[in-house]
Design a protein around this ligand. Structure first.
Ligand code: ADP
Ligand code: MG
Length: 170
């Protein structure tokens, strides 16, 4: 049997949109070129909000416009350390369609943020950070829960992020 990659899970409660943005900013320093970060959750869960905060932090441009890539499917950003590709692949159904978008070239050595990873199982690398967002019923309209799953190198990085997060909370 193939040895399975280490995996680490962290569940974070996000009482409001600012908490979601803050979590994205905390994770930003851990990002490396070539990394894959998936964002899953229903419409309105906060996937784009999370990606926007991450792009703003990594580019160092806090007011940068980061539109939802719902219609363009893919948006590219230049950050000082590496390029970022932010994609919404809800309307992608095959590897061919993805190739037509110029995915390979765009994603190479970039940090790749993918909304709707469920649509592109063929794309998912073994090593990645999965961020699943959902509403937190009973905690208010603006409350969300994020389940972060780090696989491979991301397992250790998630552990460190959690430790830093808990330190900052006190
Ligand atoms: P998605 O990309 O998952 O469809 P968006 O980020 O585009 O979601 O939209 C999330 C919506 O929910 C935004 O209108 C945002 O203002 C709102 N919102 C409320 N609370 C939160 C929260 N805690 N985190 C993220 N977004 C929130
Ligand atoms: Mg979105």
């Amino acid at each position: 049997a193939r040895p399975s990659a280490p995996e680490s899970r962290w569940v974070v409660r996000l009482p409001d949109e600012r908490a979601t943005a803050r979590l994205a900013r905390e994770l930003a320093p851990l990002m490396r070129p070539g990394d894959l970060l998936t964002l899953s959750g229903d419409l309105g869960a906060g996937k784009t909000t999370f990606a926007r905060a991450l792009v703003r932090e990594l580019t160092g441009e806090p007011a940068l416009e980061v539109p939802s890539p719902t219609f363009t499917l893919m948006q590219a950003y230049a950050a000082p350390r590496f390029a970022i590709v932010h994609a919404d692949l809800y309307r992608i159904a095959s590897a061919d369609e993805l190739a037509e978008l110029g995915w390979e070239e765009a994603a190479e050595d970039s940090l790749v943020l993918v909304e709707w990873p469920e649509r592109v199982p063929f794309l998912l690398a073994a090593e990645r950070l999965d961020v699943a967002l959902r509403l937190d019923p009973g905690a208010g309209d603006a409350a969300r829960v994020a389940v972060l799953t780090g696989v491979g190198a991301w397992a250790g990085r998630i552990e460190r992020a959690r430790a830093t997060h808990e330190l900052l909370a006190h």
